[in-house]
Design a protein around this ligand. Structure first.
Ligand code: PLP
Length: 490
């Protein structure tokens, strides 16, 4: 299958590209994105066929229906990484919280957050493409906490790929920082900067666009790439867990085959939700996809009013920082799917120039046929964490908690809901400890211990071990020195 562009073609780029090309060079004409030319029809026949399949069998068959230009042996190697999740026979457990409400836990991978679902296999795929082309890639990442650890973990010691990961010193949780600075591999460089996440992100964008930086890399025989969440190489691995979660409900006799369910997704850059939308388009029986946000509620406003408006706004820091976002990039792929490339370009140009776009009433009602949305603030989130734990014994993180508000406000309780849980409690422990016990401003290690006691849960060894692991990445610099530091590393 080939990939085409969300904003049309500018006559200088190819009109269609392969999956590998879309991975290596993810930005299409006019700053658009690549999307599959058609989506495979899976439908009930596919669902029935995979009722007894393992996660890997389901994933492998789904990938083969996409007809991507990646050899089966590479796909097998990529999917084998799910064997290292907590339960090798089921990397994504789906847990019943109460009548009609289920949680699909996407965080059982090595870095305890859902970024592993896509980045784990993506690392193998990208490295294999680079080896095949006999090229070396530098992956640049800027992280506020979850993407960095997951990118480092997946590319660690992989051939033909190096990673430079920028994080704001003091701007991540202790667990997130330790996951990065204890990563010991020749091909990884972790750089703390004196600044905030926006400084790291701005530096990354500057480097990605810099001709002089690119030519300095070229002298070292290295090309530049980014593993950000608009890359279709990541999106493709975010479709199968929606199908898997549905099948889990069938297996648990919670639903009968064909019965529609809500997918409720804590959303930031919209990769997770887009995976659900594609699964729906491919035939998954979905009642609605509910988009949950925090105080940065630009998506809620879009799905309720048809207006995407970020004029004069800045990002608000919240207790669910992985969803602190103004420009939610993957929404563009839904706009393209519903309204075509000409209209998508028009809307995206408006967003660029006027910092806002407005859908027509017809377009909005089309969007609302499948999407609904609400947002949840930090205090409400903490209340959902506490109440859900007290009433049902289920402990969740602050990102997941945003779904419990929209569950109440957007869905018919008679219809089953799958909430997607994107992080383990260990990753955002100070907020959770505060929600459970009222304890404020605890360090991660203190908060982990108090939650462990309160909820009678063991701190996973891989998290506990971080606090005594040797720190090997100790570079902390001013943002002006980033380029020099990266060139030194290469
Ligand atoms: C990245 C992330 C999200 C947001 O996912 P998107 O696919 O960008 O919408 C939500 N929760 C956590 C914990 C994350 O790391």
């Amino acid at each position: 299958m080939n990939f085409i562009e969300t904003r049309g073609n500018d006559e200088t780029r190819p009109k269609t590209v392969t999956f590998s090309q879309a991975i290596l060079d993810p930005i299409a004409s006019f700053g658009g994105l690549y999307v599959p030319q058609t989506l495979p029809e899976l439908g009930e026949e596919f669902l029935n066929k995979h009722l007894k399949s393992s996660y890997k069998e389901l994933a492998s068959d789904m990938l083969s229906r996409f007809g991507i230009d990646i050899e089966q042996s590479v796909i097998d190697e990529a999917l084998a990484l799910y064997d290292n999740f907590d339960d090798s026979s089921n990397p994504v457990p789906v847990v019943k919280v109460k009548e009609n409400l289920y949680v699909s836990e996407l965080y059982h991978g090595p870095t305890r957050a859902f970024k592993d679902m896509a980045l784990q296999p993506f690392g193998v795929v990208l490295s294999s493409i680079a080896q095949k082309k006999n090229e070396n890639y530098l992956i640049l990442a800027a992280t506020s906490g979850d993407t960095g650890p997951a990118a480092l973990e997946t590319f660690k010691n992989r051939a033909n790929v190096r990673v430079a990961c920028l994080y704001p010193d003091g701007g991540t949780s202790d667990v997130q920082r330790l996951q990065m600075v204890t990563e010991d591999a020749q091909n990884l460089k972790v750089i703390g900067i004196n600044g905030v996440f926006d400084d790291a992100q701005a530096a990354l964008k500057r480097l990605l666009a810099s001709k002089s930086f690119k030519s300095a890399l070229k002298e070292k025989n290295v090309s530049l790439s980014a593993a950000n969440s608009v890359n279709f190489g990541r999106i493709i691995f975010q479709i199968m867990y929606h199908i898997h979660s549905y099948l889990e409900l069938v297996r648990q006799n919670a639903i009968t085959m064909g019965e529609k369910v809500y997918l409720n997704v804590p959303s930031g850059n919209f990769g997770n939700a887009l995976g659900g939308y594609y699964a729906f388009k491919m035939g998954l029986p979905v009642e609605k996809i509910i988009i949950s946000s925090n105080e940065n509620n630009v998506l809620t406003r879009l799905f309720i009013t048809g207006k995407y408006d970020i004029k004069g706004e800045s990002v608000i820091g919240t207790t669910s920082p992985a969803m602190d976002i103004l420009k939610s990039s993957n929404v563009e792929r839904v706009l393209y799917d519903m309204f075509g490339d000409v209209r998508t370009k028009e809307l995206m140009d408006d967003l660029e120039v006027k910092h806002a776009y407005t859908l027509t009433p017809d377009e909005l009602s089309k969007l609302q046929e499948i999407f609904d949305a609400d947002y949840c603030n930090g205090d409400e989130g903490k209340k959902y964490i506490k109440d859900t734990f007290t009433k049902y014994g289920y402990l969740m993180d602050p990102h997941t908690a945003t779904c419990f508000k929209s569950y109440e406000t957007c869905s018919n309780p008679e219809i089953k809901t799958i909430v997607y849980s994107t992080a383990e409690w260990t990753k955002f422990s100070p907020v959770i400890a505060n929600a459970l016990t009222g304890e404020v401003d605890a360090q991660d290690i203190v908060a982990l211990e108090s939650i462990s006691k309160e909820a009678n849960l063991e701190i996973p060894a891989m998290v506990k071990g971080l606090f005594s692991k040797k720190i090997v990445q100790d570079t902390i610099i001013e943002k002006e020195d980033i380029e020099k530091e990266i060139l030194k590393f290469l």
